[in-house]
Write a protein that binds this ligand. Structure first.
Ligand code: IVH
Length: 672
């Protein structure tokens, strides 16, 4: 029997969480802290777990994504997903306007909106709940990506109000905000993965991820621009879009009603500049006839509506001369060709270099020395060469041939199967790889040796004082004080921060080693799983792929790393220097079982490890994690910023409360 008030409580929580979700993700004006939000969500999770019969696929708890991966089902669009006719000039906008004037006898209005540069989605709602999310596909049918779309916080799972049609479809653009895109690419770079070319590709790729958990981490967003259905509240696009906003959809404010071509061109001009300040990419303006009745009168061609047009902004492009190509060698040995250009002004900055990505890219462009090339700034961080004016090419100019040997150490390059990049395999002797590894090792996310910087590492290499990271621990005051850049204080600071780094936890050391494809998260998982470097070193490929998030590529890379005697030697020296090569949590011992048979609640935020890792440790040591405090709770591990209600309840019920530090003390003790 479900107690009477439970249903109401669950409903209330869902409503509140939805409201705060909307405040945070759609309106960007949160009213509560993340912590309070999480607390509400975990209360709801607990209730839904306890009363599974009250589960609901539209509940905000369903946004986290499940791990079940399956292919996508193809779904036929109820209304075909058309595209828009493009134009690049105001003359063509005038033509569009003239055509409409010929067909319509009554006055009409346009709605001007920005053209969001992402990937299209059609969302169907039934009785105010998200039923289905389908990609454009071929316009007739697309992929059902509902599970992935549910992880997008700005898309309401249930609608506000009660004046929505029983069933309708709303279409929009899924995109990645710039900040999230940069974050993802930084991570991909760190892990030696090819970064996404631009936010649009990243968004489209993410939406097609088979694992919704990964989608949830990628923080996609969605702007809505089009509604379809039999009984929409208004007879025009503009008012329906505003209504959609009331229901909870993210509809941008920069939408304008216009009557004349002049008003349209003003909108286009205004946003050509202003759009650069938006946190997402836009590539034009969409101009739509507002009234549905007039839209129907104008009708459709096979592919596009006659009542709308897209004015596309030209990506800013300039031409300049290609002077030479440099080949950069990264810390993993990956080679990146970079073009040196005759300096030229583009979108407000002087461009001297452009990325060429890899050998294939260069071959496609068929670049010759001295070529006149077109450079463009797209969504990418570094400008790219998009084309060559071959007509201006000197008859005797020669094509660039991709290098066969490392420009730094002369070793013959390799290109692994299935990879676009070439690599220098001389990990042990190639200077930029050696330096790059030390720079990675001292970086903030690894050993955080802030008394040294990139330039100092360069200097230490050039003076022959270091050859690898282990050498850092042998540096002396006398050696450093002799160097140009150092004075008494900075030497002491450097030595102290090197010494301090020996206290860094095992997973940071592991990340710092710079094993290809082992990023921060993987390093944490590996440290947690194996507990000891000794064990990780001995792990077989099969044992490695059992670890959460470790696939074949990572496993192979780890095996290769530890099969190199030079790396084993390096680790020995790091151990001698006193670095932490085992996880603090298990101290290398088997789990203690201190929590055997106990029901443990974890609440708040923690300093040493994440909440998930803490949960894992509780399990490893025999405990059972539960999310809400009840009479059957044995232990509460209280982190920072814990909700007062939970603490209060635990105190009243006499539940034992311990801190993060207490927890680590407990799991140190041998099993009794
Ligand atoms: S309306 C029938 N409005 O551009 C008209 N589309 O080239 C349906 N897009 O498939 C589209 N911003 O992916 C519309 N404000 C906007 C848009 C927009 C971006 C995309 C959308 C569409 C493509 C058409």
């Amino acid at each position: 029997m479900i107690p009477k008030d439970i249903f109401a409580r669950i409903e209330r929580l869902r409503k509140e969480i939805n409201r705060h979700n909307h405040l945070y993700y759609v309106e960007a004006r949160p009213e509560i802290s993340d912590f309070e939000f999480d607390a509400m969500l975990s209360d709801l999770e607990a209730l839904e777990k306890k009363y599974p019969e009250l589960k609901d696929s539209s509940s905000p708890t369903q946004r986290v994504g499940s791990d079940i991966s399956k292919g996508f089902q193809q779904v036929k669009h109820r209304y075909p997903m058309l595209s828009l006719a493009n134009t690049y000039s105001f003359d063509e906008v005038q033509d569009f306007h003239n055509r409409i004037a010929k067909s319509l006898s009554q006055p009409w209005q346009y709605v001007c909106e920005l053209k969001y540069d992402g990937t299209a989605i059609g969302l169907t709602y039934k009785n105010g709940k998200l039923l289905r999310a389908v990609t454009r596909g071929d316009g007739v049918q697309g992929d059902d990506v509902t599970a992935n779309v549910k992880t997008i916080r700005s898309i309401p799972l249930t609608l506000n109000g009660n004046d929505f049609p029983e069933e309708f479809e709303i279409r929009g653009e899924i995109f990645l905000p710039h900040a999230v895109f940069d974050e993802i690419n930084q991570k991909r770079n760190e892990q030696g993965e090819t970064p996404f070319a631009n936010p649009r590709n990243a968004a489209a790729g993410t939406l097609k991820q088979l694992n919704p958990k990964i989608v949830a981490e990628r923080k996609l967003d969605c702007l809505l621009y089009f509604m379809l259905g039999d009984s929409l509240p208004y007879d025009n696009h503009y008012q329906n879009l505003l209504k959609a906003k009331d229901w909870g959809f993210k509809v941008p404010d920069n939408i304008e009603l216009c009557k004349t071509v002049e008003e349209i061109t003003n909108f286009v001009d205004l946003w050509d500049k202003a759009r650069r300040k938006l946190p997402y990419d836009t590539d034009g303006v969409v101009i739509k006839v507002n009234s549905y009745q007039q839209q129907n009168q104008l009708g459709y061609t096979a592919k596009t509506p006659r009542w709308a047009i897209a004015y596309k902004y030209k990506a800013e492009q300039v031409s300049t001369t290609l002077l030479s190509v440099d080949y950069q060698v990264g810390r993993t040995g990956a080679i990146t060709p970079v073009a040196n250009l005759e300096p030229v002004l583009l979108a407000g900055t002087t461009v001297k270099r452009a990325s060429l990505h890899n050998a294939d890219q260069m071959a496609i462009l068929d670049l010759h020395i001295g070529d006149t090339v077109f450079v463009e700034k797209g969504g990418e961080i570094i400008p790219k060469i998009v084309g060559v004016d071959a007509s201006l090419r000197a008859a005797n100019s020669s094509a660039f041939e991709y290098i066969t040997h490392c420009p730094e150490c002369g070793t013959q390059l390799i290109r692994p199967d299935g990879e676009a990049k070439h690599y220098c395999p001389n990990q042990a002797g190639c200077p930029p790889q050696l330096k790059g590894r030390v720079i990675h090792f001292i970086s903030r996310k690894a050993m955080d040796i802030d008394g040294l910087g990139e330039e100092t590492v360069d200097l230490l290499f050039s003076k022959g004082l270091i050859k690898d990271m282990a050498d850092l621990y042998d540096l002396t005051y006398e050696q450093l004080i002799d160097l140009d850049r150092f004075a008494d204080k900075s030497v002491k600071n450097a030595i102290a921060s090197i010494k301090q780094s020996t206290k860094m936890p095992f997973h940071k050391v592991l990340f710092g080693l710079g094993i290809r494809y082992v990023g921060e998260t993987t390093a944490r998982k590996l440290a947690m799983h194996f507990g000891l470097l000794e064990k990780l070193k001995e792990a077989t490929f099969e044992q490695l792929i059992e670890v959460d998030e470790v696939g074949e590529r990572i496993a192979q890379s780890i095996v290769t790393f530890f099969s190199d005697p030079k790396n084993i030697e390096l680790i020995k020296r790091l151990e001698k220097a006193g670095l932490t090569l085992e996880s603090e949590s298990t101290e290398g011992n088997a789990a203690t079982g201190v929590f055997r048979g106990q029901s443990v609640v974890i609440s708040g935020t923690f300093n040493r490890i994440s909440r998930d890792e803490l949960k894992e440790l509780v399990m490893q040591h025999g405990g059972k994690n539960t999310s809400s405090v009840s009479a059957s709770t044995n232990l509460l591990i209280a982190g920072d910023k814990m909700g007062p209600a939970k603490l209060d309840k635990a105190t009243k019920l006499g539940v034992k409360i311990i801190s993060e530090d207490d927890f680590f003390e407990l799991i140190k003790q041998p099993n009794t």
